[in-house]
Design a protein around this ligand. Structure first.
Ligand SMILES: Cc1cc2nc3c(=O)[nH]c(=O)nc-3n(C[C@H](O)[C@H](O)[C@H](O)COP(=O)(O)O)c2cc1C
Ligand code: SF4
Ligand code: SF4
Length: 275
């Protein structure tokens, strides 16, 4: 019986990697928020974890939307892990606190893990240092969860804030001529926002701003048109393969769903592995 469930959301693999370390450290139970796009997330497990990136010093709007209509156990030990570029605590804690209260639960602990940035660029030296330090940080978090550490006090004002809409707009994209219509971006996009039309990627209006399409494209052909971000270099977590993230985040790890992924994206987990 699964008594612990870790839910994750990830664009470039940092949060997926972190979620995997926690699930491995605690035992079973890793699931993607994306699976709850159209159904209610109901969980009464003894331990519930949420792992996600920081967007604009808050939790991703996509995850907030799912937690807005969740139902959580009132006696569950609920913890949050946010990955971020700068490694600072932020409004995401309060934001998730409010949503958890709204869903009937109580946030007991929140942890930050500094990782390479996938929006503003962090240097190669910074990235190397962060990736080297991350496993020890994950061990600390696993230990804290095993000990049911309480390091977060829910705030009354968080509940009111959780009901407000967080207005991060989806990113806008330009597709460079190098795009060969391979479909990988359509496969990895968590919101199904990309279609291949006449051999080229075309973005719709349901973008969650995860930047996965920009970072995973084998041709670096999907460029963000906002500010300087379009010219930044690509980054993906070195221990995460695109096929693994695509299948586990968007669809589920079961064999039948892998087949579904193959049919609908033209990609298989082994074909999408890039080393
Ligand atoms: C739209 C967007 C906004 C971001 N905003 C912040 C931010 O406000 N502060 C920060 O430290 N990192 C920010 N980041 C960086 C990510 O939180 C960080 O790189 C994270 O580890 C990415 O996780 P992932 O690989 O699981 O997608 C932002 C990233 C994106 C895509
Ligand atoms: S992943 Fe890149 S090359 Fe492939 S369809 Fe998308 S934008 Fe084009
Ligand atoms: S369009 Fe790109 S940035 Fe937007 S949700 Fe899809 S993969 Fe993420």
């Amino acid at each position: 019986m699964v008594i612990k469930m870790i839910y994750f959301f990830s664009g470039t693999g940092n949060s997926y990697w972190a979620a995997k370390q926690i699930a491995a450290g605690l035992g079973e139970g890793l699931e993607s928020f994306v699976l709850y796009r159209e159904k209610m997330l109901v969980c009464n497990d003894a331990v519930i974890g949420f792992v996600m990136p920081t967007y604009m010093w808050d939790a991703p709007k996509f995850v907030r939307g799912i937690l807005k209509r969740a139902s959580l156990g009132k006696d569950s030990y609920i913890f949050l892990v946010m990955t971020s570029n700068k490694g600072r605590k932020n409004f995401g804690y309060t934001s998730i606190d409010g949503l958890v209260q709204n869903a009937g639960g109580r946030l007991s602990a929140a942890f930050m893990v500094q990782m390479p940035g996938n929006a503003l660029e962090s240097s190669a030296e910074e990235n190397e240092k962060r990736l080297k330090e991350a496993p020890a940080r994950m061990d600390e978090i696993v230990k804290a969860v095993q000990d049911r550490t309480v390091n977060y006090k829910p705030k009354r004002r968080a509940l009111a804030k959780s009901k407000k809409d967080f207005s991060l707009r989806g990113a806008s994209f330009a597709i460079l001529p190098e795009c060969d219509g391979c479909g990988l971006c359509a496969g990895i996009c968590p919101t199904g926002n990309i279609q291949i039309v006449d051999g080229k990627a075309v973005h719709g209006s349901q973008c969650a701003s995860c930047f996965a399409c920009m970072h995973w494209c084998p041709k670096h052909a999907a460029r963000i048109t906002t500010g300087k971000l379009g010219n930044r270099s690509q980054y993906t977590h070195p221990d995460v393969r695109v096929g693994e993230l695509m299948v586990n985040q968007k669809i589920s790890a079961s064999a039948s769903h892998k087949l579904h992924a193959q049919i609908h994206t033209g990609w298989t987990a082994s074909e999408t592995d890039r080393g």
